[in-house]
Design a binder for this molecule. Structure first.
Ligand code: CA2
Length: 155
């Protein structure tokens, strides 16, 4: 059975490429999802993408990924800084989780410096723009290989 990576994006990330390119870049979420799907295929992995502006929908997706996925890439958006519920949902997850932020949250307002998600993440990537999602996928492809013994090479 094909291993599935879940690509989850939180509130307002559907607006990528439409506003605030100086902070979040000009790449749309659709562009990011297509690039990750294509790159994952080169590793023999499938990708399921979900963007939601609703905390509970993201929690349901995490619970689904926990049972059906080999890894999670998540940009929780502003829920990063507020959501104990996301923190708790991720606590139950045993597959690798990569937290991605387009911007470097540590260079921004103090309220963005704390993440409730980071303590539950295997890896955290911030400030690399859309490339952060590619890095996350590459990490998971090697991580999945380690867990599942499918012979991807670490580089
Ligand atoms: O840097 C990131 O990826 C963030 O997760 C983005 C969130 C922000 O609340 C986090 O602190 C850092 C906001 C996403 C909003 O995306 C927009 C995109 C275009 C126009 C307006 C908002």
């Amino acid at each position: 059975m094909t291993d599935v990576i879940f690509l989850l994006n939180g509130p307002n990330l559907n607006l990528l490429g439409q506003r605030r390119p100086e902070v979040y870049g000009s790449t749309t979420l659709g562009d990011i999802e297509n690039a990750i799907i294509e790159r994952a295929a080169s590793y023999g992995l499938a990708v399921e993408c979900l963007q939601s502006n609703h905390e509970g929908v993201l929690i349901d997706a995490i619970q689904h990924a926990r049972l059906n996925g080999s890894g999670i890439i998540i940009n929780p958006g502003a829920y990063t800084h507020t959501s104990i519920a996301l923190h708790d949902a991720l606590e139950a997850v045993e597959i690798p989780v990569v937290e991605v932020h387009l911007s470097n949250i540590h260079r921004r307002e103090p309220f963005r410096h704390h993440s409730y998600v980071s303590p539950q993440a295997s890896a955290v990537i911030a400030g690399a723009g859309a490339y952060g999602y590619t890095m996350a996928l590459d990490y998971l492809a090697t991580s999945a290989a380690r867990v599942l013994g499918q012979g991807f090479e670490e580089s």
